[in-house]
Design a protein around this ligand. Structure first.
Ligand code: ADP
Ligand code: MG
Length: 250
């Protein structure tokens, strides 16, 4: 019998802002090569969950295990913290690329600094990452010359530069027109298929969730109210709040 250990396992995550619970005891696992879509009303805690897993926000309590190593214990970073952090990449809604730099310079900045790669090694990595998102021909373009969809593909490539095993994507297509959004989401589906990358995606795109997600997680008031396959979540779920939410965004 093979035991599948989750790549990321969060237990009892608790986070408050101004005395209000935003993560109210969240348990959340990510398996290797799985696409999880997180949906839920604005303010329900979706971004906070991703930010806590990525280490951008410290929780008050909770444990996180990444690649079988405990990285947060009782909300506090452990000695294995950086080992886990290296496996997690994050992409945001608003373009966080440096506008005055070209695509290559944006991509090589962190790996040269953090991993100490030589210029040649970093460029090779950048070419491979851009190839994965279909942007190799834009390696010397200035970011200001790129369209919104192209910038998000570059932002994904930049996250790939650190060779993460899980990519956390927070509403990365919300500012894009539907066909452009579909292209960007197609890149994620391909990365899962070809590289076994786990993807956790906060989105309102129900079409993508139905088609490409392995599971749908519905967030409500800082808790996971539903965690199911897309078919169960969208067609067989009795949760009245989820039904109302899906009807509202459709
Ligand atoms: P979602 O991504 O589901 O819209 P968030 O995780 O961004 O929800 O936010 C959940 C709640 O936490 C919201 O009420 C938000 O105002 C609050 N919140 C998030 N980040 C902060 C912060 N840095 N300071 C204060 N309140 C915050
Ligand atoms: Mg959010």
């Amino acid at each position: 019998m093979t035991l599948t250990v989750p790549l990321v396992s969060a237990r009892n995550l608790r986070k408050e802002f101004h005395g209000q619970p935003v993560l109210d005891g969240v348990d959340f696992d990510v398996a290797s090569g799985e696409v999880s879509v997180i949906i839920g009303k604005s303010g329900s805690g979706k971004s906070t969950l991703l930010r806590v897993i990525a280490g951008l926000e410290a929780p008050e309590d909770g444990d996180v295990t990444i690649d079988a190593k405990l990285t947060l214990s009782g909300g506090t970073r452990t000695a294995d913290w950086s080992h886990g952090a290296a496996m997690v990449g994050m992409v945001f809604q608003s373009y966080t690329l440096w506008p005055h730099m070209n695509v290559l310079d944006n991509l090589v900045l962190a790996p040269r600094k953090v991993l100490g790669l030589s210029a040649g090694e970093a460029r090779e990595r950048a070419e491979a990452a851009l190839d994965e998102v279909g942007m190799a021909h834009h390696i010397t373009s200035r970011c200001t010359q790129l369209s919104g969809g192209e910038r998000q593909r570059v932002a994904i490539a930049r996250a790939l530069m650190m060779r993460p095993r899980v990519l956390l994507c927070d509403e990365i297509t919300s500012a894009l027109d539907p066909p452009v959004a579909a292209e960007v989401l197609g890149v994620l589906a391909r990365l899962k298929q070809e590289d076994g990358l786990a993807v956790v995606l906060v989105t309102h795109d129900m079409a993508f969730a139905s088609k490409a997600a392995d599971r749908v997680v519905f967030f409500s008031h800082g808790r996971i109210a539903v965690d199911a396959t897309p078919d169960e979540a969208f067609h067989h779920c009795e949760d009245p709040e989820l039904k109302a939410f899906v009807d509202a965004v459709r």
